[in-house]
Design a protein around this ligand. Structure first.
Ligand code: PLP
Length: 452
């Protein structure tokens, strides 16, 4: 029996990333409040938020300082635009802070409200820049199979997942996808991680040469792929990829929307994976998700081209009503202050040790084919046969079953197909990590019993 709230939901809302057909029978889990790493449903049942919302509530729930930063700014100036030469302190201060901590030489910062908007802006800026530089053919952007870069028309095109393209008539022109660096799934028999990375870099080079380097503008990548299944590339993958990009003057865009701000135990994922980005997208943990905000960190060469276009056209014709929203910017600024003051990145790096130990130990579980992760993010891939890596039939819904059993245990995780992803708030303690994995182990055992 669905509760009154659930019935109203089913009659009213379209839920993102939901099987809209089965949802009509099952209804929603309605969450009412949160505190620390826990959220509570309408019946008062607590859950560990094992995915930090959607890989984003890095400081957990009910952080009083973030609430106060929002309240203060809301009372002082709830909105002001930054179009047409207007500005305000929170946007300026946040831009300065991002430039200071960026893992690359950044000239300017452009604000938006989400990761999708940030990546959409990246596509537009790459095209705009190459028009300004007098190379209008250099427009193609290479992404990767299984990448996740968002859902607007351009960012969904960058995304390399079938469900984001099928029947949406995507991807658009000029977006290509190269191989996914998932050794467990895509390496050839006996191929080492090193040889696999070498082959993927060679495949990228072949793609660039086939398309014509004069037509390839940029490559975009998450340091560790998130929604594609938490895929950690081989150690030498990015240096090899980066060498190819440099040979053909192809920009490296780092999508730090999940990995940015401590997730991998370093302030930015690019540092952990040896990426030297030209341009960077951030969102999510920028404000610990307390308010929607994203940003594109822009290199000088791109900014100069934007200046030239602006002179020619009369304006830089791009921007959102909520670009640099003062309340979102004030909350983001406070979030970055807390990261620094409380050494949240150092804490994440320390807790990542027991987190990865417990995660990797589950590779021994009879259902698990691969336990993979880095820092405070990981995934467990359920397989039907460990030796052949054969999956269960999709229709069996094994991953979804495990997620449902975890909910019964008071743990929110997300299954990406039959991979179960974990990405807790960065403030999680070692004892809470143990509790989380104890609950997940019981859910996995329950899944095994259900299959048998
Ligand atoms: N890029 C990455 C790496 C993401 O994980 C996401 C969202 O999960 C996005 C971009 C899109 O962000 P948003 O959902 O805020 O549009």
């Amino acid at each position: 029996m669905l509760s009154n709230l659930a019935v109203r939901d089913v009659e009213t809302l379209v839920h993102p990333y939901t099987n809209l057909a089965t949802f009509r029978e099952q209804g929603p889990l309605v969450i009412e409040r949160g505190e620390g790493i826990y959220v509570y449903d309408t019946a008062g049942k607590p859950y560990i938020e094992g995915l930090a919302g959607l890989w984003c509530t890095s400081l957990g729930f009910a952080n009083a300082e973030l609430v106060e930063a929002a309240r203060e700014q809301m009372a002082k100036l709830p909105f002001s635009q930054i179009f047409a030469g207007r500005s305000h302190d929170p946007a300026i201060a946040l831009g300065e802070k991002l430039k200071e901590i960026a893992p690359a030489a950044i000239s300017k910062v452009f604000f938006c409200s989400s990761g999708s908007e940030a990546n959409d802006t990246q596509v537009k800026l790459v095209w705009y820049m190459n028009n300004a530089l007098g190379r209008p053919a250099k427009k193609k952007i290479i992404s990767r199979i299984k990448a996740y870069h968002g859902v607007t028309i351009a960012s969904a095109s960058l995304t390399g997942l079938t469900a984001n393209h099928a029947d949406f008539d995507l991807p658009i022109a000029n977006i290509l996808h190269t191989a996914c660096p998932h050794h467990y799934r895509f390496a050839e028999a006996g191929e080492s991680e090193e040889a696999f990375a070498t082959r993927l870099a060679a495949e990228l080079e072949e793609m660039i040469l086939r398309e014509g380097p004069e037509t390839v503008a940029a490559f975009i990548a998450e340091p560790v792929m998130g929604a594609g299944g938490v895929i950690v590339p081989p150690r030498t993958y990015f240096p090899k990829i980066q060498a190819v990009l440099e040979r053909y003057d192809v920009m490296m865009i780092a999508d730090e929307v999940i990995c940015g701000f401590g997730r991998l135990g370093t302030l930015f994922g690019s540092t952990a994976l040896d990426i030297r980005p030209d341009s960077i997208s951030v969102a999510k943990a920028l404000s610990s998700a307390y308010l929607p905000i994203g940003a594109v960190m822009i290199p000088e060469r791109m900014y100069q081209a934007m200046l030239d276009e602006s002179r020619k056209i009369g304006t830089f014709g791009h921007g959102y009503t909520y670009s640099g929203h003062p309340v979102a910017a004030a909350v983001a600024l406070k979030t970055l202050e807390i990261y620094e003051r409380d050494d949240i990145v150092g804490h994440a790096a320390r807790v990542a040790v027991p987190f990865q130990r417990r995660l990797k130990a589950l590779a021994e579980h009879p259902l698990i084919g691969e336990a993979r992760g880095m820092g405070l993010v990981g995934a467990l891939e359920i397989v039907a046969d460990k030796a052949s890596k054969a999956p269960y039939p999709t229709a069996k819904g094994v991953g979804a079953r495990c997620t449902a059993l975890a909910l019964e245990e008071g743990l929110i995780v997300r299954n990406l197909g039959d991979s179960v992803a974990l990405c807790p708030p960065l403030i999680i303690t070692e004892a809470q990590v143990d509790d989380m994995f104890d609950r997940l182990t019981r859910a996995l055992d329950g899944t095994r019993d259900w299959i048998a």
